[in-house]
Design a protein around this ligand. Sequence first.
Ligand SMILES: O=P(O)(O)OC[C@H]1O[C@H](O)[C@H](O)[C@@H](O)[C@@H]1O
Length: 529
Amino acid sequence: MAPSSLSPAWQALQAHAKTLTRIRLTDLFEQDHARADRFALELEGLFLDYSKNRLTNKTIDLLRALAEEAQLAHWIERLFAGEPVNGSEGRPAFHMALRADPAQPMRIGEVDVMPEVAAQLARMEEFSEALRGGRWTGYDGRPIADLVSIGIGGSYLGPALAVEALAGPKPTGPRVHFLANPDGGAVSRLLAGLDPATTLFLVVSKSFTTAETKLNADAARDWFLAQGGKREDLPKHFRAVSTNRSAVAEFGLDADAAFAMWDWVGGRYSLWSTVGLPIAVAHGFAAFRELLAGARAMDRHFRSAPIERNMPALLALIGLWYNGCHGAESHAIIPYDSALGLLPAYLQQLVMESNGKGVTRDGKAVTMPTSPVVWGGVGTEVQHAFLQAFHQGPRLLPVDFIGVAEDRHGRQAHHEMLLANLIGQAEALMGGSSQTDTQRTCPGNRPSNVILMQRLDARTLGQLLALYEHKTFVEGVVWHINSFDQWGVELGKKLASRVEAEIHYGDALDHHDPSTAALIRRVRNGRGV
Ligand SMILES: O=P(O)(O)OC[C@H]1O[C@H](O)[C@H](O)[C@@H](O)[C@@H]1O
């Protein structure tokens, strides 16, 4: 990309980056003994240490100028004011209303959405508590023992992450399962372990047009009817979450009984809505409210803190700095807690679906690379797998290490080992080790963020997820892109549904390229078509 196409703030940052090429992170700590305190932030139960980054005071000033140049404060206000920040769909992105203080109005135009939000929360509470209390019974009068949430993308990843993250040693309510992929093996394995009389299926789809979810919901219904359930029993065993009432009714479910959501909530921002029902069923409605409260605390902080003390803005600017001025192409998420194992996958959707865009809000080609490739895994496992490349590979691989300070399992040795490894990795990446043998040398000077959750509870999890939501928004603002649409997903969907029909019906394939046609033929041959 020609430097001339870059804005003044980016040009200043790139020039500044050249002056830092010889600086070592360890020297920055030598020069400033207060660095560890100054480059850290705490918000209730969430602590961010960003001191092990290639940042000086000047870098922070220039990054703040970058945010100001992109009018970040104005965009934050637009976001919270319910303005149509999702320009290509003419909608607000108003997920903050789902977790807002119920006493305060949250308006889109003239309409306060809080009464509707409160009404759905009340329905969620009633339903989830009835399930947990054994008062919701199946067709033979026994309480529901298993909830299967059928949904994909945003209708799966957030709820599945939170259900797993907050799990204790034993379920405290019905067992909660997820069915996302249209994978026959997964469907068969799950159904084989269930009793239709004590299973409830929640079909979660904002659009209720998602092919995978419909196929899995059809399979669940067929199984239910084949295993002894009757049509008149369906309302006890199937409920929907959707904005699309007519499609819910067409599927054969009572649209009035469906849990509503809104087109101003993007799928990947929807775990705070009725989409989060599995979380309330698994952990109780009080926990769900705590999750919302944690996110609300982060919303307040994001809206009010100055950029240099604003956790989401700082994380975003650090990411932009490596992406835009150091050629970093990826961002790794490494939680040192297996309960957060789905966090990398959840953030892949949040970040890459939001910011994997090639044109700006007004349709011009972007002048900087946008979304990094988000990836990761759980520590310490990844130390025995891919962290080698962080220590000695030539690429710059920015990483967030996430840990939980308090042990919640009563297993001190395990807890201490996990956290010692997290801290040790960050230290080793920065310090490196010089040896006479170059093969054994770790050059060091490699950055990382460390996020320590005081404890892994619903409130702190809410804070963490809202932190990454707003971080993603800030990056999108600086790139001048719309973080709330996902038009790229549509093309693949269209082609897949045409190919599916061609596989099934054996249609002519002349309009395909030879590679695609040959692949379709192979699949047909496998089916004997
Ligand atoms: O909730 P649904 O309408 O079924 O959508 C499920 C998912 O599928 C789509 O393809 C989108 O890319 C995702 O953003 C969305 O979360």
